[in-house]
Design a protein around this ligand. Structure first.
Ligand SMILES: [Zn+2]
Length: 255
């Protein structure tokens, strides 16, 4: 990368001049490809604004910072849905159909990595997102990072179509239940709220139930120290995961 400075000429200078103008550097430049006094002044102006060394020479740092300045901000992650309904402990009632464990197409037991963490319990969650609306692991990761977590707080997340997605590596302590993150695995299904977000609801699809049963079974097999499966609502005064885990077939797997 050549250092652009007084006397430099050519396309690289033209590009620099275009970027300087775009960044509203003073003075405004003619895009002529000749690095003269005016370009020098504009570079110094932008270097000052960006907190760089003010030397009038456009090297890697200045060009990079200038480009960054001129790149429009990425759209922010979608806002986190209103979760106030989660504060209620009486989810909307739903009839639950009996389903059996079934591996999703995207995931095998080989996707469950080894860890030296001593795992004793699986805690189930919902993402507290409205039924029928599509959210991704990246959305949840962004919300959790906004809360100051290093990564998504759950170890596994399950899409409505039953796909199992990796969240935080199993070897890292999760961030899903206050006071119960050590020795536990956090699994969340996408959903948990009615489509209007006003009421906590067990929105699990048959595919999510089947994948959860399968995943819990596989985890229990791989880590025989896992002795129980519980729900977030057994440890906190909230609806999550919006069903009573002790009454659900999933809890029997690790009985
Ligand atoms: Zn939860």
């Amino acid at each position: 990368m050549t250092l652009l400075k007084i006397g430099s000429k050519g396309e690289a200078v033209r590009e620099l001049q275009r970027q300087l103008n775009k960044a509203a550097a003073v003075p405004t430049l003619g895009v002529d490809g000749n690095f003269g006094d005016k370009t020098d002044k504009a570079v110094r102006h932008i270097q000052q604004r960006l907190g760089l060394v003010v030397d009038g020479k456009a090297g890697t740092n200045t060009l990079k910072a200038l480009k960054q300045l001129n790149t429009p901000a990425k759209p922010t992650a979608r806002p986190e849905p209103d979760k106030s309904a989660m504060a209620s402990t009486s989810p909307a009632a739903v009839a639950s159909a009996a389903v059996g464990a079934k591996a999703p197409a995207n995931f095998t037991a080989a996707n469950i990595l080894d860890t030296t963490r001593k795992l004793i319990e699986i805690i189930l969650h919902c993402t507290a997102t409205p039924e029928g609306k599509h959210f991704t692991v990246d959305d949840v990761r962004a919300w959790h990072k906004q809360r100051g977590f290093s990564d998504v707080g759950y170890h596994f997340l399950i899409y409505p179509d039953g796909r199992i997605m990796l969240g935080r590596p199993l070897g890292q302590i999760g961030s899903h239940v206050q006071g119960h993150n050590t020795g536990t695995i956090g699994i969340a299904y996408f959903g948990g709220l009615t489509s209007d977000s006003k009421t906590a609801k067990d929105t699990r699809t048959p595919e999510q139930k089947a994948s959860t049963l399968w995943l819990v079974g596989q985890l229990k097999k791989k880590f025989p120290t896992i002795a129980k499966v519980t729900g977030h609502n057994q440890y906190a005064n909230k609806a999550c995961p919006c069903f009573k885990v002790p009454n659900d077939p999933v809890s029997k797997l690790a009985a």
